[in-house]
Design a protein around this ligand. Structure first.
Ligand code: ZN
Length: 241
């Protein structure tokens, strides 16, 4: 089974870390897929990576900058509405689902804390990265220089055309550096915003890894909402062993 693996996080053998592909099937319940089939995809994934699917926490992602701290009492069937999960509990896989948006996986190797983040345009514009780093520091005493971040395949700038209203919004947020204007078209580069926010948050450059892949350029392996319309979701999973 082929899947994208972070070369940054694979150095830590107390972590389970992987990004699913289309071969793993759709893992989202909200995209009009058959519920039993989605559940079976989760069970198969759990078997393959040796965790209990009932322990996995996924989110009702709402394009916010809300972060939730996960405890032992949470499980697969209690689904928080938020866009980031953080925990220091072992054997609780945290999952983020995407199909164009960025899945960011955070790890503090000193305090042994993990986090997963869903960031599309709204999450990037409202700086969910900053809120996540704040949660690491206030809830777990993390120091930003100890945190590593890997970002799964996500949409590239040439696949992400936006309207003028988004350009104006970006200007208001001083994010116009992330928009390329070509004739009457605007193209948004989410990854450059995320990278800047990570660096501004104090993450070391050598602790940041972006997958070079664009999911929308690679729809054989990854779902893309923009390229495919009604489609599934792939996911990033991180767990402390
Ligand atoms: Zn692309």
């Amino acid at each position: 089974m082929k899947f994208y693996q972070s070369s940054l996080l694979k150095q830590f053998n107390n972590l389970l870390c992987f990004i699913t592909t289309k071969q793993d099937g759709n893992i989202a319940f909200h995209v009009n897929d058959d519920e039993q089939r989605v559940l079976q995809n989760h069970k198969t994934l759990a078997n393959r990576h040796s965790y209990s699917y009932k322990k996995l926490i996924h989110m009702k992602q709402i394009h916010s900058n809300e972060v939730r701290v996960i405890s032992k009492e949470d499980d697969f069937f209690s689904i928080p509405s938020c866009d980031a999960l953080v925990t220091d509990e072992k054997n609780i896989p945290l999952m983020v689902m995407v199909a164009d948006c960025s899945a960011l996986l955070f790890y503090d190797d000193t305090k042994k804390v993990i986090g997963v983040v869903h960031a599309g345009r709204t999450g990037a514009f409202s700086n969910i990265v900053r809120n996540t780093l704040q949660t690491f520091s206030t809830q777990f005493g993390s120091r930003v220089e100890d945190i590593f971040v890997t970002i799964a395949p996500s949409i590239c700038q040439k696949c992400y055309e936006v309207g003028e209203e988004i350009f104006i919004q970006a200007q208001q947020l001083q994010l116009e550096y992330a928009i390329l204007k070509k004739g009457e078209q605007y193209y948004l580069d989410i990854k450059t915003i995320l990278e800047k926010q990570l660096l501004q948050g104090g993450i070391k450059k050598e602790h940041i890894e972006f997958s070079p892949l664009c999911n929308a350029c690679n729809t054989k392996e990854y779902y893309s909402y923009r390229k495919e319309g009604q489609t599934g979701r792939f996911g990033g999973v991180l767990m402390l062993k």
